[in-house]
Design a protein around this ligand. Structure first.
Ligand SMILES: *[C@@H]1O[C@H](CO)[C@@H](O)[C@H](O)[C@H]1NC(C)=O
Ligand SMILES: *[C@@H]1O[C@H](CO)[C@@H](O)[C@H](O)[C@H]1NC(C)=O
Length: 699
């Protein structure tokens, strides 16, 4: 599709797209306008070639630089030897942005690479500017060489269409009939969606919402607007919600998009209760509903939820659907119900009978299942295997046999979550491996780019056992030792912020904490220091909306704090609204845009009456509110968020130092704490995180 031949003074010539050159060069733009004079577009129906011969001054190097700049936004051959030639070409061809680049190199020291210079406009910005110029050419109808019959008539540029869509590239370059036509009609393509995609081709911006994303994606796939369709799929994945997940699923199914289908399916299973209340759910085909019911991974507070979902689906069209009732009921796991729940089944069933005005045999078959096929453990459970696993790392524990505490080197992960009859829940733990060298407790753990980082902590109960070492496990189950931190730390946290790790404060020896913060960059393998306002250990920390929030903790005198701080590695600390309780050794996690704080102790010398108190911070209003108290104390526990639920793991009770080893989780939807069983090993001063494990660990 090149249409312009540019020839330098020495006779060397280049084939280019006049539109791309006209977007950066006022000289070429004028020539193009001259050539088009009198026509608002090129009516020839094919690419008409033309040429421009440069006058003496512009040589091969200069011309080459202008062309490279037009296409890439950068000039690789720009250095002090080529500077004069390039500058001349930029002047003659009137390319102001290239001239700026040249003047930039002029201003810097001779051999210094201009790329490292501050204030230089990035390649990306240059390309954006070029695209914007092309958009302006479109508005002025300069250089248009094809007409598309949409709702009206659109004058467009072949190369822009060809660059954004494989369909158009094929059309214009493979000798199809359309490659010789000035005017193209696509009667089977909806105009509105095509207009959006063409708008994207010229602007790089696609406005998506749930009202239009499916139609736009269809058209993008049909006309092979590849990058645009990736944007659409990304939108569906990242913005998926209760009201759209069923649509996404059927869309993914229809188009054979297996990854998206899996994600949508997982989302539906995970949020079944909410999804079953939507209008779209009532339209599901019977078979689809049955597939969902039969899934082990269906996530519901109780089987009563499943039963109710089926009833509401039937009630949406009882005439038609009562016929499916018996087979659908076989998907409800009645034996997992308590007697109380089952009584409700009977009540609902009685109401159904009146409603349907005929004999419904549901209750009979349900009763049979409830009474006679008692659960044979595993087989009948709902077993949910979350995509990411909850991992617990290190910690320590009292060994009752020897009456001593034992630090742990183990790493465990939660492979599946099981719901038994009524409220019985259980986590299936598996051992993943161990921390290298020594056991660790009171350490820091974080996951960045799928890798598990473990730093600092203690390995025994004596002086001078606080560590500076750090490792990561690249999931292949091998460890790599990183540069040591500059200070030893325990009772601290590692947090990920903008692709970097931060080790914040902590105890550097017995009863002496620090204000230092160290930052770790994977590419440079080193730790750097930016301090806090004051020494701090035993705090809660979480990254949310690109900020690092730190709550409570012990100050240098080991007094518990009520503070909430927004810490920035360069700008330092900003104090936000105080918590209602002073606390340390608590946990804090970000969930649905808020920060949940649970447990811990208040001032060590006071009574510990509020070890159970929980509160939640809303960054929009900068305020705290209480939420349901913990069922048991979890001082010094680990925490993590899995599938939008807050998990609090282990810790101890400050009154008698007893350790229950229990795992509790808070579901913000139900506003309730649930007991999830026990930890597999160490129970206090452990750390938890989420990890994505390869399939062979899960099977
Ligand atoms: C187990 O029950 C809880 C509520 O008690 C629920 O939120 C969770 O999704 C259930 N899990 C599974 C796998 O069904
Ligand atoms: C870390 O915190 C615990 C309280 O859980 C405390 O007993 C211990 O002394 C602290 N570590 C150091 C080095 O101060």
């Amino acid at each position: 599709l090149t249409d312009l031949t540019l020839t330098a003074e020495d006779g060397s010539s280049f084939s280019v797209h006049s539109l791309i050159l006209a977007a950066v060069s006022a000289f070429i733009l004028d020539k193009l306008k001259e050539k088009n004079m009198g026509h608002s577009y090129n009516t020839q129906g094919k690419v008409t070639t033309w040429s421009v011969h440069m006058d003496n001054e512009v040589d091969k190097i200069g011309l080459q630089a202008v062309i490279e700049f037009a296409y890439s936004g950068d000039v690789s051959i720009l250095n002090r030897h080529t500077l004069t030639q390039i500058k001349t070409a930029a002047k003659v061809l009137e390319v102001p942005r290239l001239l700026d680049l040249c003047n930039n190199i002029n201003a810097t020291k001779e051999d210094q690479c201009p790329k490292t210079e501050q204030g230089k406009i990035s390649t990306e910005v240059h390309l954006k500017n070029t695209l914007r110029s092309i958009e302006r050419l479109l508005e002025d109808k300069v250089g248009c060489d094809v007409i598309l019959e949409l709702d009206g008539i659109s004058f467009l540029h072949r190369i822009i269409l060809a660059a954004s869509s494989d369909y158009f590239r094929g059309m214009f370059t493979c000798g199809m009939r359309e490659s010789h036509q000035a005017c193209i009609a696509l009667p089977f393509v909806p105009a509105c969606e095509l207009e959006a995609l063409i708008g994207w081709s010229y602007s790089g911006t696609l406005h998506l919402s749930w009202d239009c994303v499916f139609e736009i994606t269809c058209t993008a796939l049909q006309l092979q607007f590849q990058p645009a369709s990736l944007l659409c799929l990304k939108f569906m994945r990242e913005e998926m919600e209760i009201n759209s997940c069923l649509d996404v699923e059927s869309f993914a199914e229809a188009y054979g998009l297996s990854e998206l289908l899996e994600e949508a399916n997982d989302f539906i299973l995970r949020n079944f209760r909410e999804v079953s209340a939507t209008a779209k759910f009532q339209d599901l085909p019977a078979q689809k509903l049955l597939d969902l019911l039969r899934c082990d991974g269906l996530c519901v507070p109780s089987e009563l939820t499943v039963f109710r979902a089926v009833i509401s689906w039937i009630q949406a069209d009882p005439e038609e659907r009562l016929a499916h009732a018996a087979v659908l009921m076989s998907g409800v796991r009645f034996p997992l119900m308590t007697f109380r729940e089952f009584r409700e089944v009977r009540a609902i069933n009685l109401r159904m009978e009146c409603f349907a005005d005929k004999e419904v045999e549901l209750y009979g078959s349900a009763l049979k299942e409830f009474g006679f096929s008692l659960p044979k453990s595993d087989e009948y459970c709902r077993i949910r295997r979350p995509k990411d696993v909850l991992c617990v790392v290190g910690g320590d524990q009292l060994d009752p046999d020897v009456g001593k505490r034992i630090p742990s080197q183990d790493i465990w992960f939660a492979n599946s979550l099981r719901n038994g009859t009524g409220l019985v829940k259980e986590i299936e733990w598996r051992r993943l491996g161990e921390i290298p060298d020594k056991p660790k407790f009171r350490h820091g753990v974080a996951v960045m780019n799928g890798r598990l980082f473990v730093a600092g902590g203690c390995y025994f109960y004596a002086k001078n056992n606080i560590m500076t070492s750090a490792y990561y496990n690249p999931v292949t189950n091998t460890w790599k030792r990183l540069a040591d931190m500059q200070e030893p730390r325990s009772n601290f946290s590692l947090v990920v912020h903008e692709e970097r790790l931060y080790a914040i404060g902590g105890d550097k020896e017995i009863d002496a904490n620090t204000d230092s913060v160290e930052m770790y960059k994977p590419d440079s393998n080193s730790w750097l220091v930016h301090p806090l306002d004051q020494a701090l250990s035993g705090y809660g920390v979480s990254a949310l909306n690109g900020g690092i929030f730190i709550s409570g903790g012990f100050n240098c005198k080991y007094v518990c704090l009520v503070s909430m701080v927004l810490y920035h590695p360069e700008r330092g600390s900003v104090y936000l609204a105080d918590m209602s309780f002073d606390r340390a050794q608590h946990c804090m996690e970000a969930l649905r845009g808020r920060l949940y704080v649970a447990g811990g102790v208040c001032n060590l010398r006071k009574f510990y009456t509020n070890q159970l108190a929980c509160e939640v911070y809303d960054p929009v209003t900068d305020s705290w509110a209480d939420f349901s108290s913990l069922p048991v104390p979890h001082v010094g526990s680990a925490s993590a968020v899995l599938e939008e639920k807050l998990y609090v793991l282990g810790g101890y009770c400050q009154d008698d130092y007893s350790e229950s080893g229990l795992v509790h989780r808070f579901d913000p939807g139900l506003q309730r704490w649930e007991t999830m069983g026990k930890l597999p090993g160490a129970v206090t001063d452990i750390k938890a995180c989420l990890l994505h494990l390869p399939q062979q660990f899960r099977h």
